[in-house]
Design a binder for this molecule. Structure first.
Ligand SMILES: *Cc1c(COP(=O)(O)O)cnc(C)c1O
Length: 225
């Protein structure tokens, strides 16, 4: 069943990208609160990259599915006291938004693993309830990440406000794309702009997303925590 939903979602992504004359973005399957068995089912259907919000929940799942050669992304807020564990568990951390995390992630990235892929999370709509740095802090954080040999700066991530007005949403995606262009001009390794979720991924793809993070549209509604 999940295999059907996966192929439909991939088809939608491809169509949205084609319509916008853009390359098809990478699909991150957001598996927070979903059981390891659902992740395994999607993995058997060919999905490799999974996103988790909570470090401890991810730790259990990553352990359970260790044999499946999956790629794990942290997309939830990272507390400094969990940076050590996150640096050991994940392949990507998409939620770096302050200097304190950068040193800790680098220090604790195990020497026998590839450098940790990092995205800077931007609070693009300046929402009090959301984490992420201000747009004018991106350049400085990016410099600090790029200077760490155990980290690899890959780009930016955002969760724009779910504004009912489509024009306002498009505006947020465009501001992210502009920030991404500035960043890529300075840092040649930057190739990832992570934005777009179940409700708005087609719009995000049309406005420059290279990675979309989709949970509900793939797995169905999440069980209560
Ligand atoms: C939960 C979550 C998603 C996926 O949301 P859906 O609406 O279920 O697709 C994407 N990104 C982040 C940061 C999330 O926390």
């Amino acid at each position: 069943m999940l295999a059907d939903t996966l192929s439909e979602t991939l088809q939608h992504l491809e169509n949205a990208a084609k319509a916008a004359h853009r390359p098809t973005p990478a699909l991150l399957a957001v598996s927070k609160l979903q059981p390891a068995s659902a992740v395994a089912e999607l993995a058997r259907a060919g999905q490799r990259a999974f996103g988790e919000n909570y470090v401890q929940e991810a730790q259990a799942k990553i352990g359970e599915l260790a044999g499946m050669d999956l790629e794990w992304h942290l997309i939830g807020h990272l507390q400094s006291n969990k940076a050590e564990l996150a640096a050991q568990l994940f392949d990507w951390v998409q939620t770096v938004d302050r200097h304190k995390l950068i040193g800790a992630l680098s220090r604790y990235r195990p020497a026998d693993r590839a450098p940790l892929n990092v995205l800077v999370q931007v609070n693009i709509d300046d929402e009090a309830s959301k984490h992420g740095c201000r747009p004018d802090e991106v350049a400085d954080l990016a410099e600090a990440i790029a200077a760490e040999p155990r980290l690899r700066l890959r780009g930016l991530m955002a969760i724009p406000a779910p504004h009912p007005d489509t024009a306002r949403r498009i505006d947020a995606f465009r501001r992210m794309q502009a920030l991404q262009d500035q960043l890529a001009a300075k840092h040649p390794g930057v190739d990832t702009l992570s934005m777009g979720m179940s409700d708005d991924y087609a719009l995000a793809v049309a406005h420059g997303a290279t990675m979309v993070r989709i949970g509900t549209a793939l797995f169905g509604a999440r069980p209560a925590p």
